[in-house]
Design a protein around this ligand. Structure first.
Ligand code: SAH
Length: 391
C-alpha cells in the first residue's frame, strides 16, 4: 500500500496493523494473556472482574432496579472479564431474580470471538446469516442469551451497562508535531535508504486531520488524537441519554497532558511500532480529557481516577481477606497476594490505569434540585469513585 500510494497517517497504519482482515494483529494473533503478548487485569485476578460486576449491580440498584438490562462489552479479549462478571450475577441471582439480563459483545476479531464463545458458552453458539445484526449468538454457561457484533451501532437500543477495558487504547490514533511552520501530521513511510524498513516522516503541509483535531488552545508540542474513540464515546453518551444505563471505561491513560505514548508489545516486551506490523500489539494511552469532551454534555462523566483508588473504594481489601481465609494452600495465597500487588501497586498497574464513567445526568443531580446548590441530594454516591467530578 505504501509502495503504491505513498505515506499513510499513523491512524491508517495502526488500523491496518491491528485489524486488517487477513493480517491484522487482533484478527489473526489476538495475543491477550500470559501465553500471548500482553497481560490485562482480568487475566491477572478474578477479583478485578468480580468488583466490576458489583459496580454494575450497585448502579442497577441505584437507578431503581429496571426490569431488564443489556451488558455490553467492547473488545472482550478472551472473555475472562465477562465471565467473572456473570459469576457475580449468578451469585447474586436472588437480587437480580426479576431482571432480564442479556450479554452483547462487540468484537472484530474472529479468532478472539471463538475463544470468547468457548469460554462463555462452552461452544454453544450459532453463526447468524449476514442480514442479522449479530454475527453469532448463543446461551452462556449461566443461562443468559449472548450476542456478538462488529460495531457498537449494531447493538440493539435499550437500557444498557457498557464496559470497555483496554479497548480504547487499541483504537487508531493520529499523531501531530508542532513545527516552526505550524502543526504537521506524523506519517508512516518506507525508508528510502533501507528497503523493507519503515520510518516516520512529517507531512509537508497541514493535513485535514491537523485542521480538525488540534485545539487552538493546545500547549503541547506533540499531540495524539483518537477520533474513533471520540465517535464511540458520542454514541455511548447518546445511548445512555436516550435509553439509560451507564458506561465504565478502564484503561491506561492521562487527562490531556501526555505527548508521545504510541508503543508496541510482543511477548510481553516493548516492540518497535514500525517493525513487522501485524505481529505486535500497538497501543497508545487514552486521553480521558478528549473522551469527556466528546460526551458533549449528553451524559455526565466521572473520573478518571486511579485503578488502585477505584478498586480500594470497591472493597478489594476485604475481598482479598476473604479469599485468603478460604484458601488452604500456601501457593494459592502467594498467588492471591502477587496478583493483588500487580493490580494495586502504584509502580505496576495501580497508578497508570484509570477508571472513567458515563452516567445519565439524573444519576448525579436530582433534576429538580439542579439549581439549588444548598439542597442535599438524596442520590446514593457512585461506587468506586471517591470524588464526584460533575462535568
Ligand atoms: N478487554 C480485554 C481485551 C483487551 S485487548 C481485556 O482486558 O483482557 C483489545 C480487544 O479489543 C480485543 O478483543 C480486540 O480484538 C478488540 N478490538 C480491537 N479493535 C477493535 C475494534 N475496532 N472494534 C471492536 N473490537 C476491537
Amino acid at each position: 500500500k505504501l509502495r503504491a500510494s505513498g505515506p499513510v497517517t499513523v491512524a491508517e497504519y495502526m488500523r491496518e496493523a491491528l485489524t486488517n482482515p487477513g493480517q491484522g494483529y487482533y484478527t489473526c494473533r489476538g495475543g491477550v494473556g500470559e501465553s500471548g503478548d500482553f497481560i490485562t487485569s482480568p487475566e491477572i485476578s478474578q477479583v478485578f472482574g468480580e468488583l466490576i460486576g458489583i459496580w454494575y449491580i450497585s448502579e442497577w440498584m441505584a437507578m431503581g432496579k429496571p426490569n431488564t438490562f443489556q451488558l455490553v462489552e467492547l473488545g472482550p479479549g478472551r472473555g475472562t472479564l465477562t465471565e467473572d462478571i456473570l459469576r457475580v450475577f449468578k451469585q447474586l441471582a436472588s437480587v437480580l431474580s426479576k431482571c432480564d439480563v442479556s450479554v452483547h459483545l462487540v468484537e472484530v476479531s474472529p479468532k478472539l470471538s471463538e475463544i470468547q464463545a468457548v469460554m462463555l458458552t462452552g461452544g454453544k453458539v450459532q453463526p447468524n446469516p449476514e442480514d442479522k445484526s449479530a454475527y453469532m449468538e448463543g446461551i452462556t454457561k449461566t443461562g443468559i442469551p449472548i450476542f456478538w457484533y462488529r460495531d457498537i451501532q449494531d447493538v440493539p437500543p435499550g437500557y444498557s451497562f457498557y464496559l470497555a477495558h483496554e479497548f480504547f487504547d487499541a483504537l487508531p490514533i493520529h499523531k501531530f508535531q508542532r513545527t516552526e511552520k505550524g502543526w504537521r501530521e506524523v506519517l508512516v513511510d518506507i525508508d528510502p535508504e533501507v528497503p523493507d524498513q519503515l520510518r516516520f516522516v512529517l507531512s509537508p503541509s497541514r493535513t485535514p486531520a491537523t485542521q480538525n483535531f488540534i485545539q487552538p488552545e493546545e500547549t503541547r508540542d506533540h499531540v495524539e488524537v483518537c477520533p474513533e474513540a471520540g465517535v464511540i464515546v458520542q454514541r455511548l453518551a447518546s445511548r445512555i441519554e436516550k435509553d439509560g444505563g451507564a458506561a465504565l471505561v478502564a484503561d491506561y491513560g492521562h487527562d490531556g497532558t501526555k505527548t508521545d505514548t504510541f508503543r508496541g508489545f510482543r511477548n510481553h516486551k516493548l516492540h518497535d511500532v514500525l517493525s513487522a506490523p501485524g505481529t505486535a500489539d500497538l497501543t497508545a494511552d487514552v486521553d480521558f480529557s478528549y473522551l469527556r469532551k466528546m460526551a458533549q454534555g449528553r451524559a455526565a462523566t466521572l473520573g478518571p481516577i486511579k485503578q488502585r483508588e477505584f478498586l480500594k473504594n470497591m472493597g478489594i481489601d476485604l475481598r482479598l481477606q476473604v479469599l485468603l481465609q478460604n484458601s488452604g494452600d500456601t501457593a494459592t495465597r502467594k498467588q492471591l497476594l502477587h496478583s493483588y500487588d500487580m493490580l494495586m501497586n502504584p509502580e505496576k498497574m495501580g497508578d497508570c490505569f484509570n477508571f472513567f464513567a458515563l452516567l445519565p445526568h439524573h444519576r448525579l443531580v436530582h433534576p429538580d434540585k439542579k439549581d439549588k446548590s444548598d439542597s442535599k441530594s438524596p442520590l446514593p454516591p457512585v461506587a468506586g469513585f471517591n470524588e464526584l467530578l460533575l462535568k
